[in-house]
Design a protein around this ligand. Structure first.
Ligand code: IPD
Ligand code: CA
Ligand code: CA
Ligand code: CA
Length: 264
């Protein structure tokens, strides 16, 4: 698998930040933690990882803009390119000692995601994808799961943080999906939910209320693994509508129909 120079930059940044997260994960009880909402936490580990990613990316491509969860938008001189970064996806897991968290970095060119890297240092899993070049877990090429019937499928989803989303809608959707599938998982890191959909661990995944940094790298991962990704209405406005449904062609469509039905 030959990686482009840009993908290498992203891999280096994700791995350096990932090593910082791994060190902090070992001392999680000593971390400074604050809240952005009643149960929306951010820690010194998030900030440290974000600083590392920002420095690495700016060193390699000083003109590119950035959209980062903790720092927001940083304008660049090159209007064609933007990095979209979640320095620690899965902060709640991280702070609870659950090893399901990741650094997520995407590169957007002229409004299109062209490269993505998701690194989970606790599992030593590096997911990479380039537009037209396939998706990989470490050196292994990824392919979405091939199951075609919902009762065979394990489906991932997310539940909004307290005070940040519509829990009632979430319950209605869960009830509709639960009655049709083999199982539902709430793993706690949207970027990994998508990477796991790309790798076939999850047959499909849906969630509402996500930001671009949660999904930018992962949605490319799923598409490059042969899967389908749309917003709830079947379009391509995942960032604007903040909803995402991903999976293989058949299951993605069936799941989306169930969710549309649940919406009533
Ligand atoms: C969160 C995780 C979670 C999802 C939340 C996200 P964070 O990201 O991806 O799975 O349900 O909506 O905000 O805050 O841990 O980077
Ligand atoms: Ca967060
Ligand atoms: Ca996130
Ligand atoms: Ca985050």
């Amino acid at each position: 698998m030959a990686r482009s120079a840009l993908l290498n930059v992203m891999v280096q940044a994700a791995m350096k930040a990932g090593r910082s997260l791994a060190r902090d994960f070992g001392e999680v009880e000593n971390l400074q933690v604050s809240r952005k909402g009643p149960s929306d936490f951010v820690s010194a580990a998030d900030h440290r990882a974000e600083k590392i990613v920002r420095e690495e990316l700016q060193k390699a491509r000083p003109g590119y803009g950035l959209l980062m969860e903790e720092s927001g938008t940083i304008e660049g001189s090159d209007p064609q390119h933007r990095w979209i970064v979640d320095p620690l996806d899965g902060t709640t897991n991280f702070l609870h000692g659950i090893p399901i968290f990741a650094v997520s970095i995407a590169l957007e060119r002229q409004g299109q995601i062209v490269a993505g890297v998701i690194f989970n240092p606790a599992m030593d899993e590096l997911y990479t994808a380039e537009r037209g070049g396939g998706a990989f877990l470490n050196d292994r090429r990824l392919r979405v799961a091939g199951r075609a019937a919902l009762p065979d499928c394990v489906i991932g989803t997310g539940i909004p943080f307290l005070g940040k989303g519509d829990h009632a809608r979430c319950l209605v959707e869960m009830r509709h999906v639960m009655g049709e599938v083999a199982g539902i998982r709430r793993c706690g890191a949207a970027a990994l939910d998508l990477a796991w959909t790309a790798s076939g661990r999850l047959d499909a995944y849906w969630e509402h209320g996500l930001a671009p940094w949660d999904t930018a790298a992962g949605l490319l991962m799923v598409r490059e693994a042969g899967g389908f990704v749309t917003d709830l209405d079947g379009g391509d406005k995942m960032f604007e509508k903040r909803s995402i449904v991903a999976g293989n062609e058949k299951i993605q469509a069936q799941l989306r129909q169930l969710l549309v039905k649940a919406r009533g």
